[in-house]
Design a protein around this ligand. Structure first.
Ligand code: FMN
Length: 413
């Protein structure tokens, strides 16, 4: 370009503006004179699908690129969120930086870094001069996702991770408030677990997108499957007992996540919320043949709780959850029929009339007659009313009437 026409941009201003655009972090590796060589680039980019081409941009004068340019084959290693130390090791200019790094040679001989998200095996097709950088265009020989984890990101001179917008922003501050609120239900949760022989828990919202297990207790043969503080996504049909009595914006936010987002399905969920709100309980059933589906749902919830979901895994988790819908169909409980109940969930309202938390009984005895199920529902409801009274009186609930309610529930006249 003619220098007379060139706009002058202050380099600091260029960096400041471009720093607002985040990049991934990759390590380009190759073998030169039998030695592994590598450099960190934030400029790795896809270029063409057909033919498959990628590119990255080494700085003119980069000593590492000067060596790497002599490699027959290259491997672009996309770093994962937990590979910051590796990034720092690879970003220095010294010859022995592979000494403490786990790697193996690719089929074409380039170093493949262990635990990277993806590997793109390529060779240099052309190198173009572009101001103070080179544009290195590479033809792709092979590529694979080795570890579907979230990537390491670089933004405004700092490192970070990726947090999908569909999932909640995670922070532990909300957890503390949730645990304090949930603690108000502790006595009732413990009694429920013992008297029903189940896992009982109080779940409290930590964001518009998540509940958390704030208190739990185990009775009968129930075992710990969901640790305290586990995050439970408000993704249909999960969380219906909480959403049914929540503010309209929470309801709409939940319905917006119905997968697939077809109006008839959304209408079904809306109807189910109405039924749950009217009955004051969400009952989910597990038929004898549906155990495997139920286990799949639990695995999906555990994967969600791990907090390291990529958008692709998030879509997979959502689709598994959407397939669990049949557990949540309305069922009329008949006294002499036999049931396998997945969960009994009852909302607890705060003094403002909004749902403050839900009480949930799971891991209940299976194959029980409907009249027993009805008894469980009554007990969870009674427990919820006790917690509501406690919340309404700021902790100074009428203990005697609580006790009487429990006595009557446990020993019906
Ligand atoms: C996040 C990050 C991104 C980088 N991106 C590039 C890049 O795209 N091009 C480049 O030439 N150097 C880039 N570098 C610098 C090189 O990784 C490395 O520091 C440099 O190659 C070492 O100096 P040398 O090449 O002179 O040996 C980046 C460094 C970091 C930490």
């Amino acid at each position: 370009m003619d220098t007379a026409e060139r706009t002058v941009i202050d380099p600091a201003h260029y960096r400041e503006v471009m720093g607002h655009y985040p990049t991934g972090v990759a390590v380009v590796t190759g073998t030169v004179d039998g030695e592994p060589v590598g450099m960190v680039v934030g400029t790795f980019s896809s270029v063409s699908i057909d033919p498959p081409l990628v590119a990255f941009m080494p700085q003119v004068g980069s000593r590492t690129w000067d060596r790497l340019a002599g490699a027959d084959a290259l491997c672009v290693n996309v770093l994962a969120h937990d590979q910051l130390a590796l990034c720092r090791t690879m970003a220095v200019s010294k010859p022995d930086k592979f000494d403490d790094v786990a790697w193996s040679p690719s089929a074409t001989g380039a170093p493949v870094l262990a635990d990277a998200v993806a590997h793109v095996h390529c060779r240099t097709a052309s190198v173009m001069e572009a101001g103070d950088h080179w544009i290195v265009l590479c033809a792709v020989d092979a590529m694979e996702v080795t570890r579907p984890a979230t990537p390491l990101l670089f933004f405004q001179g700092g490192y970070g991770g990726f947090s999908p917008t569909g999932m909640a922003a995670r922070g532990d501050g909300d957890l503390i408030a949730a645990v304090r609120l949930g603690d108000r239900a502790r006595t009732q949760v413990e009694r429920l677990a013992t008297s029903l022989g189940c896992e009982a828990a109080a779940l409290v919202a930590v964001s518009p997108d998540e509940l958390t297990t704030a208190v739990s207790a185990y009775g009968g043969t129930a075992t710990m499957v969901e640790p305290l503080g586990q995050r439970i996504p408000l993704i249909p049909p999960i969380g219906e007992a909480y959403v049914a009595g929540a503010a309209p914006d929470v309801v709409e936010r939940w319905l917006a996540k119905v997968t697939p987002h077809d109006p008839e399905l959304v209408a079904c969920y809306r109807k189910r919320l109405d039924t749950v709100a009217a009955n004051g309980v969400a009952l989910s059933m597990v038929g004898p043949g549906a155990r495997a589906d139920y286990d799949r749902m639990h695995d999906a919830l555990a994967e969600y709780a791990s907090g390291e979901l990529t958008p692709a895994r998030e879509r997979a988790v959502r689709s598994v959850l959407a397939q669990t819908r049949h557990f949540f169909d309305d069922v009329e409980v008949l006294p002499d029929e036999t049931y396998d109940v997945g969960a009994v969930v009852v909302p607890v309202h705060g003094p403002d009339g909004r749902v403050a938390m839900v009480l949930r009984a799971t891991q209940l005895p299976t194959g029980v007659p409907g009249r027993v199920v009805t008894g469980w529902i009554d007990r969870v409801r009674t427990a919820a009313r006790c917690v509501e009274r406690d919340l309404a009186t700021g902790g100074g609930a009428d203990r005697a009437s609580d006790y009487r309610a429990w006595y009557e529930a446990d020993f019906p006249m």
